[in-house]
Ligand binder design. Structure first.
Ligand SMILES: NC(=O)c1ccc[n+]([C@@H]2O[C@H](COP(=O)([O-])OP(=O)(O)OC[C@H]3O[C@@H](n4cnc5c(N)ncnc54)[C@H](OP(=O)(O)O)[C@@H]3O)[C@@H](O)[C@H]2O)c1
Length: 326
C-alpha cells in the first residue's frame, strides 16, 4: 500500500509518498480502506520529531480517518461488517491507503455525511466531548468562551455547545474568521489581534464566564481567571503561547474555580471506547438531524501532503484540512 512517509524529521518538504506493508488487524481491531485522513497539529510536531507516537502505535502519521471496513480482526465487535462506512480515532497510521483501528474507536458515518468529510470529525468531536461534556463541565444556559473558534476543534466546540443550549463567544485571528464564528451561532466573536479581553469581559458581566476552552495558555491564563464566574471551569487543550503561567491561588479559592486540561492520544482504548459510546448516543443524532456539520476547508490529494502541512502551519484555514487517500 502507499503511505505518506516522513523521510527525516523537519519541514513539510520531508513528506513523501512511499510503499509499506498492509497492517494486519489485531484482536478487536478492524482494517479500514482509508478514504481521507484529517490533519492535526500533532502531525506537524510528529513530522518535526518532537511528538513521538505512544508506545504500540503505528509510526505513520495520522490520528483520524474515514473509509470503509476492509477486514475484521479476531474478536471484533459483531456490529461491524466488511464494507461499513466508518470514521475512526487512531493513535497513528492514518496517512495510508489502509490502517487498523480498535473497533471501539470507530463510529458509523451518518448517511447525510460525505465519506471524505467524515474524516474531519473524530479528533475534534472526541476532544470537545472529553473536555466539555464528559465529565460534564458545561450546561444549557451557561456561558462558554472558545479561544481559537475557527479551528477544527473550536468550530466543533461552538457547534456542539450551541446545540446543547449554551451561550457561546469565541476569538479568532481575522475579520473573516470572526464572522465565521458568528455564523456558527456565537453570540459574540472577537479578533484576538485586537484587545479582546475587555470586550469578552463586557459580554460576560455581571455573571462572568462559566467555562473556557483554551488552546493558547501563556499570558491568557491570568485573564481567564479574571473572566471566570464563581464555580467557573478553565479547560486547557493546548499551550500555543507557553506552558508557564502565573497563578494567584486566592482567585481560585475565592471563586472556587476548576482548572484542568487533557490530551486525547495517550488514553487507553477502553477510555476512548467509552467516549465513543457517549458521542454516538448524544452527538451523532445532531449530525443526522443536520444541527451540526463537518467543516472542511480543503482536501488535498495524498501526493500533496507537504502543501497540506504548509497550509496548516500558515493558519489560513477555517475548520479542517483533509488528505484524500485515492
Ligand atoms: N488536548 C487534546 O486532546 C487536543 C486534541 C486535538 C487538538 N488539540 C490542540 O487544539 C488546538 C486546535 O487544534 P486544531 O486541529 O483545531 O488546529 P487548528 O485548526 O490549526 O487551530 C489552531 C487555532 O489556534 C488559534 N490561535 C492561535 N493563536 C491564538 C491566540 N493568541 N488567541 C486565540 N486563538 C489562537 C488559531 O487561530 P487563527 O487561525 O485565527 O490564527 C487557530 O484557530 C491545537 O493547538 C491542537 O494541538 C488538542
Amino acid at each position: 500500500m502507499r503511505i505518506i512517509k516522513v523521510r527525516a524529521p523537519g519541514g513539510p518538504e520531508h513528506l513523501a509518498v512511499a510503499d509499506a506493508p498492509v497492517p494486519k488487524p489485531g484482536h478487536g481491531e478492524v482494517l479500514i480502506k482509508v478514504a481521507a485522513c484529517g490533519l492535526n497539529h500533532a502531525d506537524l510536531y510528529q513530522r518535526e520529531g518532537k511528538y513521538p507516537p505512544p508506545p504500540g502505535a503505528s509510526p505513520i502519521l495520522g490520528m483520524e480517518v474515514s473509509g470503509t471496513i476492509a477486514e475484521l480482526g479476531d474478536g471484533c465487535d459483531p456490529r461491524w461488517k466488511v464494507g461499513d462506512r466508518v470514521c475512526a480515532l487512531l493513535a497513528g497510521g492514518g496517512y495510508a491507503e489502509l490502517c487498523t483501528a480498535p473497533a471501539g474507536q470507530c463510529l458509523p458515518i451518518p448517511s447525510n455525511i460525505d465519506l471524505i468529510d467524515a474524516a474531519a470529525l473524530p479528533e475534534a468531536v472526541f476532544t470537545v466531548w472529553a473536555n466539555l461534556f464528559e465529565p460534564p463541565r458545561l450546561s444549557a444556559g451557561e456561558t462558554l468562551l472558545v479561544q481559537g473558534g475557527s479551528s477544527g476543534v473550536g468550530s466543533t466546540a461552538i457547534q456542539i455547545a450551541v446545540a446543547f443550549g449554551a451561550r457561546v463567544a469565541a476569538t479568532a485571528g481575522s475579520i473573516e474568521k470572526v464572522q465565521f464564528c458568528l455564523n456558527l451561532g456565537c453570540e459574540r466573536a472577537f479578533n484576538y489581534h485586537d484587545y479582546w479581553f475587555p470586550a469578552v469581559r463586557d459580554w460576560s458581566q455581571p455573571h462572568g464566564i462559566d467555562a473556557i476552552l483554551d488552546m493558547v495558555a501563556g499570558e491568557y491564563f491570568p485573564k481567564h481567571l479574571q473572566l471566570l464566574a464563581v464555580g467557573g471551569r478553565l479547560i486547557h487543550i493546548a499551550t500555543q503561547r507557553g506552558v508557564a503561567v502565573e497563578l494567584d491561588l486566592r482567585t481560585v479559592m475565592a471563586k472556587r474555580l476548576l482548572i484542568t486540561g487533557s490530551t486525547l492520544r495517550p488514553r487507553s482504548v477502553a477510555e476512548k471506547t467509552a467516549l465513543r459510546d457517549s458521542i454516538e448516543q448524544q452527538v451523532w443524532p445532531l449530525f443526522a438531524a443536520g444541527k451540526i456539520r463537518p467543516i472542511v476547508y480543503s482536501v488535498f490529494p495524498m501526493g500533496e501532503a507537504a502543501e497540506a502541512h504548509q497550509l496548516m502551519e500558515s493558519s489560513r484555514h477555517i475548520g479542517k484540512i483533509l488528505l484524500r487517500m485515492d
